[in-house]
Design a protein around this ligand. Structure first.
Ligand code: COA
Length: 173
């Protein structure tokens, strides 16, 4: 799926297996996201490619959305990390990545979207609130992990945002 902002051409597509390192670098440049191992991102670009989205610009991954269908509840799409290169933010790229994954054949059975957000991550919260509002979907917030779950590591608590019931999206949405 191609997407054009006022001044930028973006291609939204599944990640390619060899893109794990490039995605690792994108996440490394996207605080406050937790940076996972390069190996982890190769798992996403291979085993989970059907539910992950790359936003390509200039031949490079400049945006990434990682997600999976929950093994214990396959009607739930769990969105793990969303990152957009700082130079491309505020152009609707994250919103389009979310719509793009929801329009895939692999997500036609999705009934709920879940994600977790730290209390201080306003842009992330705004992204999901905006998506829920646009489609008039209910959004519930509950505790997922307290800060104490991270032990001595300095890490905020994580709240669970659950959106739905949702309907599959068409290609043009
Ligand atoms: C969060 C992030 C992915 C948003 O990407 P983006 O492409 O700029 O977001 P979009 O342009 O698609 O905006 C989607 C919605 O969120 C809102 N939003 C985006 N950034 C925002 C900000 N900094 N403050 C307030 N609202 C913001 C937009 O206004 C828009 O809502 P609208 O459609 O009602 O106007 C990007 O800021 C980022 O990569 N941040 C660093 C990593 C991170 O925190 N990821 C989220 C954790 S999962």
């Amino acid at each position: 799926m191609s997407y054009k902002t006022n001044d930028t051409d973006i291609l939204l597509r599944k990640p390619k297996p060899e893109e794990g390192l490039g995605i690792y670098r994108l996440i490394a440049n996207s605080p406050p996201l937790d940076l996972n191992s390069v190996y982890n991102y190769y798992l996403l670009t291979t085993h989970f490619a059907d539910t992950c989205v790359v936003a390509e610009h200039g031949g490079q991954p400049r945006g990434f959305l990682s997600a999976y269908l929950r093994p214990d509840a396959p009607q739930v799409l769990f969105i793990w990390q969303v990152a957009v290169d700082a130079a491309l933010r505020g152009k609707g790229v994250a919103r389009m990545m979310l719509s793009s994954v929801m329009s895939r054949p692999e997500c036609q059975g999705v009934e709920f979207i879940e994600t977790t957000v730290g209390p201080s991550n306003a842009p992330s919260r705004a992204l999901f609130e905006s998506f829920a509002k646009k489609w008039n979907y209910p959004l519930d917030v509950t505790e997922f992990l307290p800060a104490s779950a991270f032990g001595e590591l300095e890490h905020e608590s994580e709240e669970l945002l659950r959106i739905g019931p949702v309907a599959p999206l068409g290609e043009s949405q």
